[in-house]
Design a protein around this ligand. Structure first.
Ligand code: FEO
Length: 402
């Protein structure tokens, strides 16, 4: 079985999940990998395990290098089941001298597997552990994205094992960033950020500063999903900096759902106005786009314009579901407006406006509601609204240029 050596004595021994298409509500169109790393030193050390379904693959890759029973230390950087699902089986096989985790990791492992008898060694930020020729330095990364999350830095080799951070759901036979198409990898990294880390952006900003202040010599970033960064470290660090500061492109999104095409006609008229303003925009009919792809677009957008028909005194269900998802991810630093068609009660536009306000997205236009089917004059108002929002996007971008 193929193994990949990151540098002498340090191996990728993870698993490739080619088939997964849904990761608790996030569409993983390119599958994913569960990365685990094996260090051959005086104390042989395994960093993380894999999802339980891929235990055999992990074992086959380890066995291509050593007998798993020879592993001395097992480090758990993150307890979510895609990385710890194989932990009970691996503990039985390895019987390690030490099971190393953060304080919150200890609690989470006990709460998941109910084994207080495992040989826990609890480490905190700044703690170091010698493996013989190498030293691990630990850095707790609480809430990025679980309380237990932790980085392990291999000092002598300059390898930062970064748990979920800097990862992507990207299954491929290539292991390194310079072997896979960078554009595809960065798109998946953006999608990962938008759907997993977006709400923790303030903590990401602090973490980037902490890592920068530590003056680590980072020669590789080895996340728990996707490619290992060795040639484009600066690219992914800069992208995280930009995303964590909610820095948006000069782009507008028209996100809508429609019952009998009236709200769709309004959306098209709004888009016409955006086009006239000369701004980049995208039309997103929620019937055809997965919520996690929409969030990826929101990550880079300055204006978010929402449209829904009214149904049963509320929003169309796809829009209601999408807003529930979007609210949880807390995108900020944007502005927007709402529109929609209705028959008799017409609550949707108010509900959309309230949702935008609650998400701290500045509502810069009064919502546009119209009855049943739009007239030419009403569509003209939609076009004008789109143009005003488009010009605001252009003006905002120009302001940033100064
Ligand atoms: Fe990849 Fe939070 O687990």
């Amino acid at each position: 079985m193929r193994t990949t050596e990151l540098t002498k004595g340090i191996y990728w021994v993870g698993a490739i999940d080619w088939d997964i298409r849904d990761f608790h509500g996030y569409s993983t169109d390119r599958g994913t990998t569960y990365n685990a790393y094996l260090v051959i030193d005086e104390k042989i050390t395994l960093f993380d395990t894999v999802k339980h379904s891929h235990l055999d693959e992990l074992l086959r890759r380890i066995r291509a290098i050593i007998d798993p029973e020879k592993i001395d230390y097992l480090v758990v950087n993150h307890v979510e089941m895609d990385h710890s699902g194989s932990l009970p089986a691996m503990m039985e096989i390895i019987k390690p001298e030490k099971l190393i985790c953060s304080p919150a990791g200890h609690k989470a492992i006990v709460d998941h597997f109910h084994r207080e008898d495992w040989p826990f060694t609890i480490v905190k930020s700044g703690d170091q552990l010698s493996l013989g020729r190498r030293t691990i330095q630990f850095l707790e990364t609480k809430m990025l994205h679980w309380p237990d999350s932790m980085f392990s830095y291999l000092k002598e080799d300059g390898i930062l094992i970064s748990s979920d951070a800097f990862g992507e759901h990207y299954a491929s036979s290539e292991r390194f960033d310079d072997e896979a198409p960078l554009g595809d990898v960065m798109n998946e990294a953006a999608k990962y950020y938008a759907n997993i880390l977006y709400l923790y952006s303030p903590l990401v900003g602090k973490l980037l500063k902490t890592v920068s202040d530590m003056n680590l010599d980072i020669r590789m970033i080895a996340p728990d999903h996707g490619v290992i960064w060795r040639s484009h470290i600066d690219t992914i660090l800069k992208a995280y900096d930009r995303w964590s500061r909610h820095q948006a492109d000069s782009k507008a999104l028209v996100i809508y759902d429609t019952m009998w095409h009236s709200t769709e006609k309004m959306a098209e008229a709004v888009a016409l106005g955006l086009e006239e303003a000369g701004v980049e925009y995208a039309m997103i009919n929620l019937k055809h786009h997965h919520r996690s792809d929409v969030m990826t677009q929101i990550l880079g957008a300055r204006a978010v314009i929402l449209g829904s028909s009214t149904m049963n005194n509320g929003l169309l269900p796809r829009m209601a579901g999408f807003l529930s998802y979007m609210r949880g991810l807390k995108p900020t630093g944007k502005f927007g407006a709402a529109f929609g068609s209705f028959g008799w009660s017409g609550e949707a536009v108010n509900l959309l406006t309230t949702a935008l306000t609650e998400m701290k997205i500045d509502v810069i236009e009064e919502g546009l509601r119209l009855k049943y089917v739009p007239t030419a004059a009403q569509l003209e108002k939609c076009r004008e609204m789109g143009k005003r929002i488009g010009l605001a996007v252009v003006k905002g971008a120009a302001g940033e240029d100064r």
